[in-house]
Design a protein around this ligand. Structure first.
Ligand SMILES: C[S@@+](CC[C@H](N)C(=O)[O-])C[C@H]1O[C@@H](n2cnc3c(N)ncnc32)[C@H](O)[C@@H]1O
Length: 227
């Protein structure tokens, strides 16, 4: 830690030691049968999912902001999609996107069993292409595609985000790799993305140790969102 940073007494340290993490995960309420099965499947089959702690943050952000239309980029077997679908409630809509048809097929079956199929539109292919073709705007755009594409996602997502909407991106610290010397192409893309979202005059960006979300400022009541 540099001398300057050491002086910043407001820095919160030691929050992610394994014991604390275990404690936090142990407190999470049990998930229903479908989500619990998906968590096991993801673990066994190496599918990266947000997991239940982050999923609760996503759910909460959607309900607090009253989101009804969500565009998810990179949905895999649909774990985060189900959390979104439950958060938007009856009448809400979530767009699922993934480039892998097998994962999409699996996701469809989970959606049926979870009773949320009617709220979800499944699109198989390139999420960036789908978003660029979109005519509608969304309350939330959730970015969980390949990290190399993050800067492109930033440019595509902003015009498709409603004023006051949330642009949420997963894994922007890349397990700490953003701080290491000689970043590879993927890490460079994340570093560029992080610069873009903090520098953007259209966003108010914050970082939650795991997910990142950005508030797109309402032109007319900007400071309400900031506050
Ligand atoms: C980290 S997983 C998504 C996990 C999911 N959001 C969850 O938490 O349950 C990333 C997924 O994005 C998909 N993907 C990556 N780049 C993509 C792209 N450009 N278009 C569509 N899908 C993409 C991959 O096939 C993979 O299934």
């Amino acid at each position: 830690m540099t001398e300057q940073l050491a002086k910043d007494h407001w820095r919160v340290g030691g929050n992610t030691v394994p014991e604390v993490e275990d404690y936090l995960y142990a407190m999470l309420p049990a998930r229903d049968e479908v989500l619990a099965e998906m968590e096991v499947y993801a673990g066994k089959n190496d599918v990266a999912i947000v997991g239940p702690a982050v999923a609760r943050v996503l759910h909460q952000l959607a309900t607090i902001s009253g989101a009804k239309k969500i565009f998810e980029m990179g949905s895999a077997i649909g774990y985060s999609t189900i959390w979104w679908a439950r958060a938007v409630g009856e009448g809400g809509r979530v767009v699922y996107t993934d480039g892998d048809p097998k994962r999409a097929e699996k996701a469809r079956r989970y959606f049926d069993r979870a009773g949320v199929s009617r709220r979800i539109t499944v699109r198989v292919g390139d999420a960036l292409e789908f978003l660029s073709e979109e005519k509608e705007t969304y309350d939330i755009i959730f970015n969980d595609v390949d990290k190399i594409d993050y800067p492109r996602v930033f440019r595509l997502a902003l015009p498709r985000l409603k004023s006051g909407g949330l642009f949420i991106t997963d894994n922007v610290l890349w397990s700490g790799r953003v701080t290491k010397p000689n970043p590879d192409a993927t890490t460079k893309a994340i570093l560029e993305f992080n610069q873009l979202i903090y520098a953007s005059p259209d966003l108010f960006t914050t970082n939650l140790a795991h997910p990142r979300w950005s508030f797109r400022l309402r032109e007319e009541v900007g400071d309400r969102v900031v506050g």
